[in-house]
Design a protein. Structure first.
Lengths: 291, 169
């Protein structure tokens, strides 16, 4: 009714079939998971797909499972379902909090972490949390599958590195030692229903009270979410004392390449990135059992 | 492409319709099935006026395709009153003047009903978060929150009475 078009809708039952459909379509083809971004773009006429491939009928995409490698979250698992999963909320509170910040309850019941990733917004909430976690994406194409670090998926605002016909089946959060914790914080002028002006995700593991490994990622301060190895180095080997926190903040600010817009200036975003990273690191440290 | 035939359940009744794949569930409800209770506000998932439940979960029907509800269960505002008797939330929205123009009301009622089913005793903060996906430009929200609080209290008291009666029996 809304548009006179030849768009087709398919709901395959395997990832392989989905990849084959996407590969075989000569025109514009899109993956439909929760649709909270895609259907808005369709409605506004920003995209004119020939084919929509609904992945919600693929069992491998609907599941959350655990193995020695880690936790596998299917690409069609909604934000609400993720939030209701007690084991993940306990092991990866930062990931869950980040994903649950996306939109209202209405949006949470539809939106997915992988959709958030593939929509490729620089301000996507779940992405810095996934990058900090060291998450990997399982990418499936018509020729086979590959596993890619999440930070390699987004190529720029609205662009991914996925080849035509490829789609993400799941995200894998790596298994990690007991004394580990993660956290994600974003700054928004409103408490709900807003888009990050700046965000920070931190994931770390302790050994004998000191930070043994860490990953720090920032959102909304560059064309893509960024992993900041220098920020991780600033806190590794420390007990997260004041000096380490200051170095962490400085490394984060140095990694910023933000835009100036009505929601925040370059100076503001650069400063707040360091502040949020410090706060997120403190929460992650505490969650890991650090004192 | 030709319209796709969809078989679904709406407010407990089996319903069949045909629609092109790009048509939203909201458009199907309003323009094909004559169920105009769900309102079109923004049509981009921001305002919540089109809220319905899909397999028991609240969603914006403007952000669901009609073809996606094949084999699933949809509940709309039209199913809230039973046998002509308004739901306590509906009664209290009137009692507390929790509406003015009324466009947002069906969405608020659907979201509030879902909240009270999950959480019979929500705090004011919980109510405000649960209704954050519903925008109202008339009331300033306060009366809506009061109506939901009053309904929660009423329903809890009813449940208690029921429990007591069961004990006696």
């Amino acid at each position: 009714m809304e548009r006179d078009s030849a768009m087709r809708y398919q709901k395959p039952s395997t990832t392989k079939e989905a990849a084959a459909l996407l590969h075989a379509e000569p025109g514009a083809a899109y993956v439909l998971a929760g649709g909270t971004d895609l259907l808005v773009r369709l409605k506004l006429g920003h995209i004119e797909p020939e084919l929509l491939v609904d992945i919600k009928h693929i069992p491998a995409m609907r599941e959350i499972s655990h193995s020695a490698k880690g936790t596998r979250i299917g690409a069609a698992v909604s934000g609400a379902e993720l939030g209701e999963h007690k084991a993940i909320a306990k092991a990866w509170p930062g990931i869950v909090e980040a994903t649950n910040l996306i939109g209202s309850d209405q949006v949470q019941n539809r939106c997915t972490m992988v959709g958030n990733l593939c929509n490729a917004s620089p301000a996507a909430d779940s992405v810095p949390a996934m990058i900090a976690a060291g998450a990997k994406a399982v990418v499936v194409g018509h020729k086979g599958r590959r596993t890619v670090a999440v930070e390699k998926i987004v190529a720029g605002p609205g662009r991914t590195s996925l080849a035509k016909g490829e789609l993400i089946e799941a995200v894998i959060l790596p298994a990690r030692p007991a004394r580990s914790g993660d956290a994600y914080l974003r700054f928004t002028p409103r408490t709900e229903m807003d888009i990050a002006v700046v965000s920070a995700g931190v994931n770390l593991t302790l050994e004998r009270g000191r930070i043994k490994t860490a990953r720090v990622a920032l959102g909304a301060v560059a064309p893509t979410a960024v992993l900041v190895p220098a920020a991780a180095r600033a806190i590794i080997g420390t007990k997260l004392d004041e000096e380490a926190l200051e170095k962490l903040a400085a490394a984060c600010s140095a990694a910023c390449n933000p835009i100036d817009d009505k929601r925040g200036t370059i100076e503001y975003r650069t400063k707040v990135a360091g502040v949020l990273a410090k706060r997120a690191a403190k929460i992650a440290f505490q969650r890991a059992g650090g004192a | 492409m030709a319209a796709v035939l969809v078989s679904t359940t709406i407010n407990g009744d089996a319903v069949e319709f045909a629609c092109p794949p790009e048509e939203s569930l909201l458009s199907v409800l309003r323009n094909r099935l004559g169920m105009t209770g769900s309102k079109e506000g923004c049509s981009t998932g921001d305002c919540g006026a089109c809220s319905v439940t899909l397999d028991g979960r609240i969603v914006c029907s403007c952000l669901v395709l009609g073809v996606e509800v094949d084999g699933r269960s949809v509940d709309t505002i039209e199913g809230m009153a039973e046998d002509g008797v308004l739901h306590p939330l509906q009664e209290n929205f009137i009692e507390y003047a929790a509406l003015q123009c009324g466009i947002c009301t069906p969405g608020f009622l659907m979201a509030a009903k879902g909240l009270l089913e999950r959480n019979p005793d929500p705090s004011e903060t919980e109510i405000r978060y649960a209704l954050a996906g519903n925008l109202c430009r008339c009331t300033g929200y306060d009366k809506i929150v009061r109506a939901v609080q009053a309904t929660a209290k009423e329903l809890r008291q009813k449940d208690k009475k029921k429990g007591r009666r069961k004990k006696k029996a």
